[in-house]
Write a protein that binds this ligand. Structure first.
Ligand code: ATP
Length: 241
């Protein structure tokens, strides 16, 4: 079976004023794939994701399902079925878990309450802990629960491609594994994933393919398993063990 490209970036560059933070990146996420972008602090990972979501202006080519998206905007990307879980989670702290989820489904509001209820049941099936805490204020959740809510909220829009910015940030190793395992299971729901991570080991363990971003450019790419056994990746990103 030939893989169908969902998101394709070609010669994709992003600048902050005169400073180019992402240089000529070529990257593809195929349907059904979990793809990760790893790299050190300041490599441009968040910049790449935010520009692919249309939050920052970019140069170069962005295609979705083969069709060019000339000037990617958030509206265009959402309409194509792309969702983003930002690094800072951006939850509404003074609102309940349930209300945060409902806001995530806002773009599908016209489909009615039944659609919303079905989406929420799907999210609760993935994250039973959110169901137990549906009336709790988001600000009072633990770090792991907050990350689950941020992912759940993005899933309420039923994205075809979910982009996650450092979901492991600030979480204990056990919770990181739990969250990433759930991320990997999204494939079964027809959601492809672009996962940006500093935690290279955890990310490569769940991904099909990976890209190493260094100083804004792709330094290396390939199947996640090959990257995990690459000497340079081991020395620079995986450390001992
Ligand atoms: P981290 O893992 O620390 O979040 P990152 O790989 O996501 O790092 P970015 O946050 O994308 O990296 O930053 C890439 C480069 O762009 C850095 O040199 C950063 O200082 C710069 N940068 C990021 N945001 C801005 C901004 N709003 N204005 C100017 N420069 C910025």
């Amino acid at each position: 079976m030939t893989a169908r490209a969902l998101l394709q970036l070609k010669g994709f560059s992003v600048s902050y004023g005169p400073v180019e933070a992402v240089h000529q990146v070529d990257l593809t996420v195929n349907e059904g794939e979990i793809v990760t972008v790893i790299g050190p602090n300041g490599a441009g990972k968040s910049t790449l994701l935010n520009a692919a979501m249309g939050l920052l202006p970019s140069r170069g080519e962005l295609r979705f399902e083969g069709a060019p998206v000339p000037r990617p905007s958030v509206e265009a990307m959402v309409a194509h079925g792309v969702g983003l879980v930002p690094e800072k989670r951006e939850l509404f702290g003074e609102m309940s878990v349930q209300d945060n989820l409902l806001l995530g489904g806002f773009a599908r509001w016209r489909r009615g309450q039944r659609d919303q209820a079905e989406r929420m049941q799907e999210v609760f099936a993935l994250f039973p802990r959110l169901q137990e805490r549906s009336a709790q204020l988001a600000a009072t959740l633990s770090g792991g629960e907050r990350q689950m809510l941020a992912i759940g909220r993005a899933l309420m829009a039923r994205p075809r491609l979910l982009m996650l910015d450092e979901p492991s940030l600030g979480l204990a190793p056990l919770i990181v594994r739990e969250v990433l395992k759930i991320v990997a299971s999204l494939r079964g729901m027809g959601v492809s994933v672009l996962l940006v991570e500093q935690n290279a080991r955890a990310a490569l363990q769940v991904a099909d393919r990976g890209y190493v971003l260094e100083m804004g450019a792709i330094a290396l790419s390939g199947p996640a398993r090959s990257l995990m056994s690459d000497r340079r990746v081991i020395e620079t990103y995986l450390g001992a063990g």
